[in-house]
Design a protein around this ligand. Sequence first.
Ligand code: NIG
Ligand code: FE
Length: 412
Amino acid sequence: MQAFDALIVDCHASTLATGHGWGLIADAAIGWRNGLLVFVGPREQLPTDAVATSTRVHHANGALVTPALIDCHTHLVFAGERIAEFEQRLEGASYAQIAQAGGGINATVRATRAANEDELLAQSLPRARALLADGVATLEIKSGYGLNLESELRMLRVARRIADTLGISVRTTFLGAHALPPEYHGRADAYIDMLCAEMLPAVAASGLADAVDAFCEGIGFSPAQTRRVFARARTLGLPIKLHADQLSDLGGAALVAAFDGLSADHIEYSNADGVQALARADSVAVLLPGAFHCLGETQKPPIAALREHAVAMAVATDCNPGTSPMLSLRLAMTMACTLFGLTPLEAVIGATANAAKALGLADRGRLVPGLRADLALWDIAHPAALSYWLGGAGALQVFSAGEPLFCNSAGE
Ligand code: NIG
Ligand code: FE
């Protein structure tokens, strides 16, 4: 009888199994059936006929295998770029000043509204490909550069087409409350009225969004407006996430917890009560060092308090044209260590198991029998190297549910 659909031998593994740290297995074997892991352990423990009876046997030449990486916060579907703003910021303008002058998110809204679906896909696909080559097999993509129903749905459709085109898993998040579109200038409450009455129900009915997000900030939406969006999302059965306390403390972390949200993201300014609320709600703290770095921020997320209260920490790229034009999740992991003080192990768990949790996905993020065979193979001796290099070679190979998604020339 056939043991496995596929078997990887001649590899080392980092299982990240709960409570086992790196969970290192030297001379490992990994086998799966129907896209799910059925064996992860020392090769010597394989059934004797495993190699002979498996449909495919892959000799990994000593590669290290980890769970495929999961980028749980991106805005990678957009048109254009904002290099002029980058230069303005280098000359001293702040992100908030640029936004108040009509640039920032609304600059990308103008470009994204003007792009048709195929153009948007063509511009966004290379970014998804770059993340895939970096070991990412699951990707969250937010809308939020359309800010009207038609353009928001177009962004979400493009996100789904990225999944279809690359075979990567994409989780979509509706971020209609990202910024106030120009046609609602001075009428933020009216925009939120429309978003709750028209956009959210239509987006929910379309089935194109897996979650709802908002930007709760002085240059975004108030806590009261955010609460209305979340209340409506809840009635529609959509889980919530939040751009919380990025530039100031508006109690965003506690707001996420009050709605049993999946995650509070950024959280540089979150206070102690907010951290405790996240712990009670079992919401994930998503750390985004790319935006922190690009905006020249100095206020760091409350890492010690998050550890003290055992809040799960995830790490993501926040890939977007304004605050984080970042196309490597490994770079975000490195920066989470150097800028925020995460350990390399926390960074790797943050880009695998805890990132899965931030997306509400219980079926991936560790190399454990029963979970998806989402794997990344690396030419490194220890998984801490993933949080060590700034750039350099990405993954040798990436598998999603046991299917090869990516293979670089060195991995052939
Ligand atoms: O995660 N803070 C709000 N949203 C994005 C930035 C979007 C943009 O500037 O285009 C963020 O940093
Ligand atoms: Fe973001």
